[in-house]
Design a protein around this ligand. Structure first.
Ligand code: FAD
Length: 462
C-alpha cells in the first residue's frame, strides 16, 4: 500500500502523523509553512485529548508544562476593558464529554499535485489516501465540493498575538480569559502568560475540539486496513458513520454558545454600530439597576461553555462513567499486578496540583484502566477463570486481528471502588477497540458470534 498523505501540520495533522507512524503506517506530512507560526493554537485541551495523547506516548505533564499556570487560569472575567469595571466572573474549567454513539460499520489511491509555494515547483504524488488537516478553511474540502451541514459563520475573527506584561494592569484580577465588552475593541484576551504571551481574539469565537478524537478514531482503522485486517472502504464508512453525528452535535453546540454571547452583547446595549454611541449605551446600561441585573444574569448564562455541558457547574470534576457499548471505556484507577499489561508510560503526574491532592491520593492514581488499551490491539477485559475469553483472543489472533486478554484480579486490581457496570463479576467481559471505545459488552454471546461481529464491523476477508 502507498503512504498516507496528510496535508496540514497543525495540531491535528501532527498528531495524526504521530499516531499513524506509531502504528507503522507510512506517512507524508505537508505544510505550506516552513516553520510553525508563533501564535499559540489552544489555551485549553480537553481531558479526552490528553487521554488520546497519553495512549500514544505523550504524557499530560509534558503538555501541561507548556500551559498557563493553574493560579492564573482559573477564571473567566467579563470586563468593560482590561483595567475597567468587572461585571461578572465565572470559573474556567472546560471538559469535553465523550459523545460518541455507536454506529459500527478500494483502495483506489489518490494522485495529488503539490506546489512548493516558495519555488513554484510542482510535483505529483501518489498516496493511498489524503487526510485533509488543513484547518477550518480547508482548500481540500472546498475543492471536493463538500459543504457544511450547519450554518456558515457570518463573523470574521481576527487574531492578534502580542507579548506584554499585563500584571500591573489586571493586578489580582487574573484569569484565563478576559471578555472585553468595550465596543471599540470588543474581544477576548487569552492570557497564555499574563507576564508575556497573550492573544487578543478580536471578535468572539467558539472553539471545537473534536478533531483530535476524529484523528484517534481514524488512526487505528487506517492501520487495520494498512496491515490487512480490515477493508479500507469499510473502515472509512465506519469512521464517517461514527464521527459525523459528533461533529454535527459539536457544531450545533458552537452555534448555540455563539447565540448566547450575542445575547450578552445585546444586554450590554452595544450592538449599535457607532462606537461612541455604543460606549455611552453600555455605561448607561451598567448604571441602570434593572439592566445591570439582566447583564449579570446573561454573564452567568455563559457558564456552560466554560464547563462541561451536562455536568453541574459546581461539580465539574465529578466523573460519571458510561458503561454502554460505543462509549469510551470507563476510567478507573488501577494497580498493575502484571506490569507487562501496562504501556511504557510514566505514571500520571499530579505534581502540578501541589497540596490540593494528598500524597496518598497521588499514590493511588498512577495508572488508569484506559492505560491497559494499547493503540494497536483490541483488548478483552474479563474477570478471572474465564476460559471462553482466552479462546476468543486466540481465535481473533488466528484471524490476524490483534487482541490481548487482560484479567481483572490477576493482571490488575482497582485501587478504589470497583466500577462494575460492565458486570465483570457476573462473568461478562468487555471487548475494547484500539481507540479505547467499547465494541461490545459480552454477556451470553458465543466466541464465534463475537468474532463474526468484529469481522463484519471491519469487513475483513475471513
Ligand atoms: C487564539 C486561538 C485560541 C484557540 N484556543 C483553543 C483552545 O483552547 N482549545 C481548542 O481546542 N482549540 C482552540 N483553538 C482552535 C484550534 O486552534 C483549532 O481547532 C486547531 O488549530 C485546529 O487544528 P488543525 O490542525 O485542524 O488546523 P490548523 O491549526 O488550522 O492547521 C492547519 C495547518 O494546515 C496548513 N495548511 C493549510 N492549507 C494548506 C495547504 N493548502 N497546503 C499545505 N498546508 C496547508 C496550515 O499552514 C496549518 O499548519 C484556538 C484558536 C485560536 C485562533
Amino acid at each position: 500500500m502507498q503512504p498516507v498523505l496528510i496535508v496540514g501540520a497543525g495540531p491535528v495533522g501532527l498528531l495524526q502523523a504521530l499516531m499513524l507512524s506509531r502504528l507503522e503506517v507510512p506517512v507524508i506530512l505537508l505544510d505550506r509553512h516552513l516553520a510553525h507560526l508563533e501564535a499559540p493554537k489552544a489555551h485549553v485541551i480537553s481531558s479526552r485529548s490528553l487521554e488520546v495523547c497519553r495512549q500514544y506516548g505523550l504524557p499530560a505533564s509534558k503538555i501541561r508544562s507548556y500551559g498557563t499556570s493553574r493560579e492564573d487560569a482559573r477564571w473567566v472575567r467579563f470586563v468593560t476593558n482590561l483595567s475597567g469595571e468587572e461585571v461578572g466572573i465565572l470559573p474556567f474549567f472546560r471538559l469535553e464529554p465523550d459523545v460518541l454513539e455507536y454506529t459500527p460499520e478500494d483502495d483506489t489511491g489518490v494522485t495529488s499535485t503539490i506546489e512548493n509555494t516558495y519555488t513554484g515547483e510542482q510535483l505529483s504524488m501518489n498516496s493511498a489516501l489524503v487526510i485533509a488537516c488543513d484547518g477550518a478553511n480547508s482548500k481540500i474540502v472546498r475543492s471536493l465540493g463538500i459543504s457544511s451541514e450547519m450554518e456558515e459563520s457570518a463573523d470574521t475573527v481576527m487574531t492578534i498575538h502580542f507579548r506584554a506584561d499585563l500584571r500591573p494592569v489586571v493586578e489580582d484580577r487574573v484569569g484565563m480569559l478576559h471578555w472585553i465588552m468595550d465596543p471599540a475593541v470588543r474581544g477576548v484576551i487569552i492570557a497564555y502568560d499574563l507576564s508575556g504571551n497573550l492573544v487578543l481574539l478580536h471578535n468572539f469565537d467558539n472553539l471545537q475540539q473534536q478533531l483530535i478524537t476524529d484523528a484517534h478514531n481514524l488512526a487505528y482503522k487506517l492501520a487495520a486496513a494498512y496491515h490487512g485486517w480490515a477493508d479500507l472502504s469499510a473502515v472509512l464508512a465506519a469512521y464517517q458513520a461514527e464521527r459525523q453525528p459528533v461533529a454535527l452535535r459539536n457544531a450545533w453546540q458552537s452555534v448555540f454558545y455563539g447565540r448566547k454571547v450575542f445575547d450578552l452583547v445585546k444586554a450590554f446595549k452595544t450592538t449599535e454600530p457607532d462606537v461612541e454611541k455604543a460606549t455611552l449605551a453600555m455605561h448607561a446600561a451598567l448604571a441602570d439597576t434593572e439592566q445591570r441585573q439582566v447583564i449579570e444574569e446573561k454573564v452567568q448564562d455563559q457558564a456552560d461553555q466554560f464547563n462541561s455541558p451536562g455536568y453541574n457547574a459546581e461539580r465539574t470534576t465529578e466523573y460519571i462513567p458510561a458503561y454502554r457499548r460505543g462509549a469510551r471505556l470507563v476510567h478507573a484507577w488501577i494497580n498493575a499486578k502484571n506490569t507487562s499489561v501496562l504501556p511504557s508510560l510514566p505514571p500520571v503526574d499530579f505534581a502540578y496540583l501541589g497540596n490540593d491532592m494528598s500524597d496518598e491520593q497521588k499514590e493511588k492514581r498512577q495508572y488508569s484502566l484506559l492505560d491497559l488499551i494499547p493503540p494497536d490491539s483490541y483488548v478483552v477485559l474479563c474477570g478471572p477463570n474465564q476460559r471462553k475469553y482466552v479462546e476468543l483472543c486466540e481465535l481473533l489472533q488466528r484471524s490476524s486481528i490483534p487482541a490481548r486478554l487482560v484479567v481483572c484480579g490477576k493482571d490488575f486490581t482497582f485501587t478504589d471502588e470497583v466500577p462494575d457496570g460492565y458486570g465483570l463479576s457476573k462473568g461478562n467481559a468487555v471487548l475494547i477497540r484500539p481507540d479505547q471505545h467499547v465494541e461490545l459488552v459480552i454477556e451470553n454471546e458465543t466466541v464465534e458470534e463475537i468474532v463474526k461481529h468484529i469481522a463484519s464491523s471491519l469487513h475483513a476477508q475471513h
